[in-house]
Design a protein around this ligand. Structure first.
Ligand code: C2E
Ligand code: MG
Ligand code: MG
Length: 607
């Protein structure tokens, strides 16, 4: 029992000892921790102090926004935002401090920054507390602040640099005397206007304006007087314009007006007239009353040019014409071209209705054998009697018909009318004659010509032997292989073929040999020169012998005089189609001549 008591006493003493040791250890450790914590706090405080000093003395404005309000702003921020003290900036938002135009952009940037924790740098405009807007460069980054996402902003005023840049840009793009845009800016704006007009399929006008006799004013009254005049003229002209118009001074007394937002050319012209009227005034210089006027030339995009340079050149050229026309006037670029363009548009519109309004007709021109005077054929030639403009030559409207695609229906109509006419002559007992019909290059190149011809022959019941199709030399040689195939299929129908306007294109002699044609029609331009031009005669002579060697019959077009006909006869030409024998005439008159079958003795030279 006593042993047990002793045992427990020892054990108790051991445990007491152990507890004491543990307590001493804990005390020592916590002291260590305490000292460490104290050291860390000191270091933190030192580092915070360093940071605070750095931030406080930074030349850049530094602000911190947390929980939607500014919680810190340094002295530079106070200075940047023109605040009485840094505290005045507290509790505002960063968005509030942005210029109104930038506020939405700043709000989005801050929102994104908080979301993705990244940083953003750029240039924007800030709103100072005194209401002034300034340009700043700004960097914002997001960080964790007391458990919240906060935004740290560093900003610097760059208004001076921006102003300098703006000033330099202004100087590079404006004329210092009048303050108007200069050539650089004009060309930039012209390029933009062209791109826009091209996209929107619009037209616009460029006018070149030059003061009349400015050099004389400058020389007589001195440069100061000249400069003052230029300034007053520039401000007078500018007063007539809208913001979207551009008036530039591109040289001494040369101005260019760019009108992009007018609804028509007429409106542009009337704006220009107003501008010219503003120039037109009396000034008194050194007691002399001087009437100031100007001359203007206009070009229109895209008709008169599709680059800035081309448009300026065209309007400049037109301005010179205005000067020639007696000054104080305006001139559109190349009015001949313009009116021809307008006429073309009108003809194209009217041609669409020509068939249904029965305005088209065929005339017929005889092809006469020189040595016998006998009529060997007739060519059908299209005529258009326009209700207002009268007779219009095929050389004017056929290209329009080709361009607009109308040639297909018109060509078919010609073919049918010519076949029907020939058939009706035959039915009237007139000795059968071959009728030739012109084919446009557009008809030749289109699929289905053979079946169109076959249908025409079937519908009119004309024997194919009495139909001849004329293909021009240039259309035939465009794609000679294709032409060759077409010619063979047309020949299979039983119709004859000839090459028209020979000598005006570039013939490939190999193909000329291969083409299944019967006739070569020498172009009228060679016949014209045959009497006086020995070179011309030599060419005609060579063409005729070449054709004969290839087994072709030669028809000379446009022979008007006995002299021409006798030279052609001497060269061995077979037939003549020209006014010497007969002009193209209406069907009834032609029928009379065809009934005779032979031209009068007077005209048949070779008979
Ligand atoms: P082309 O086929 O070479 O027709 C001959 C042209 O010469 C005709 O002009 C005719 O009137 C003209 N001519 C004939 N003899 C004389 C003359 O002695 N002196 C002068 N100065 N001219 C003469 P036109 O009728 O004005 O036709 C011109 C061209 O238009 C034709 O030349 C032809 O290429 C084309 N053309 C005419 N009708 C048609 C047609 O129905 N379809 C197609 N695709 N083209 C046609
Ligand atoms: Mg012809
Ligand atoms: Mg011809």
């Amino acid at each position: 029992m006593a042993e047990d008591i002793e045992f427990y006493k020892r054990r108790l003493a051991r445990e007491r000892n152990a507890r004491k040791q543990a307590e001493a250890l804990i005390e020592q450790k916590s002291l260590e921790l305490f000292y460490q914590a104290q050291e860390r706090e000191l270091a933190l405080r030192e580092s915070e102090e360093r940071y605070r000093l750095l931030v406080e003395s930074s030349p850049d404005a530094i602000l911190v926004e947390s929980d939607g309000r500014i919680v810190f702003a340094n002295a530079a921020a106070q200075h940047l935002f023109h605040a009485d003290s840094a505290d005045v900036l507290l509790n505002r938002t960063m968005t509030e401090l942005a210029a109104p135009a930038c506020q939405a952009q700043v709000a989005t940037a801050i929102h994104e920054l908080k979301r993705d924790g990244s940083s953003r740098a750029g240039e924007e405009q800030a709103l100072r507390l005194d209401g002034k807007i300034i340009d700043i460069t700004v960097t914002r980054l997001s960080f964790q602040y007391r458990g919240n996402r906060a935004v740290h902003m560093v900003a610097r005023d760059i208004s001076e640099r921006k102003e300098l840049e703006t000033r330099l840009h202004y100087q590079a793009t404006h004329d210092t005397l009048t303050g108007l845009p200069n050539r650089n800016l004009l060309v930039d704006r012209l390029d933009l206007a062209i791109a826009e007009a091209r996209r929107e399929n619009r037209r616009f006008m460029v006018s070149f304006i030059d003061l009349d006799r400015f050099k004389w004013i400058n020389d007589s009254f001195g440069h100061n007087a000249g400069d003052a005049l230029l300034q007053s003229v520039a401000s007078g002209m500018s007063a007539c314009l809208r913001e979207s118009d551009l008036l530039a001074r591109i040289g001494g007394d040369e101005f260019v007006l760019l009108l992009c937002n007018t609804s028509s050319e007429d409106e542009s012209v009337s704006v220009l007239r107003r501008v010219m009227a503003a120039v037109n005034h009396r000034v008194t210089i050194d007691g002399h009353v001087i009437v100031v006027t100007c001359s203007a030339g206009c070009s229109v995009y895209p008709d008169d040019g599709d680059t800035a340079d081309a448009l300026l050149r065209s309007s400049d050229a037109a301005m010179y014409r205005a000067k020639e026309a007696g000054r104080n006037t305006m001139q559109l670029y190349n009015p001949d071209l313009r009116s021809r363009f307008n006429e073309r548009v009108k003809l194209q519109t009217d041609l669409r209705y020509a068939l249904e309004r029965d305005e088209l007709d065929l005339h017929y021109q005889l092809q006469v054998e020189i040595h016998s005077g006998s009529i060997k054929g007739v060519e059908a030639l299209l005529r258009w009697k326009h209700p207002e403009l009268g007779n219009i030559a095929p050389s004017r409207f056929i290209p329009i018909a080709e361009e607009s695609g109308l040639i297909q229906s018109i060509g078919e109509w010609v073919l049918r009318r010519a076949c029907a006419q020939n058939k009706s002559w035959q039915l009237a007992g007139i000795p059968p004659i071959r009728i030739s019909v012109n084919l446009s290059a557009k008809q030749v190149n289109r699929q289905g010509l053979e079946s169109q011809v076959a249908q025409c022959l079937a519908a009119t019941q004309l024997d194919p032997a009495w139909l001849e199709l004329e293909l021009t030399e240039s259309a035939s040689m465009d794609d000679p292989d294709k032409t060759l195939t077409l010619m063979h299929s047309l020949r299979k129908l039983g119709v004859a073929l000839s090459i028209d306007d020979f000598g005006t294109g570039y013939s490939n002699m190999q193909y000329l040999r291969l083409f299944p044609v019967e006739k070569l029609k020498i172009d009228g331009s060679f016949v014209k020169g045959i009497v006086h031009d020995t070179g011309c005669r030599a060419i005609v002579d060579a063409m005729i012998s070449l054709a004969h060697r290839l087994g072709l019959t030669v028809v000379a077009e446009m022979a008007e005089t006995a002299n021409q006909v006798s030279i052609l006869a001497a060269c061995g030409c077979d037939q003549i189609q020209g006014n010497f024998y007969s002009k193209p005439i209406p069907a009834d008159q032609c029928a009379e001549l065809l009934s005779a079958g032979r031209m009068s003795e007077l005209n048949s030279l070779g008979a």
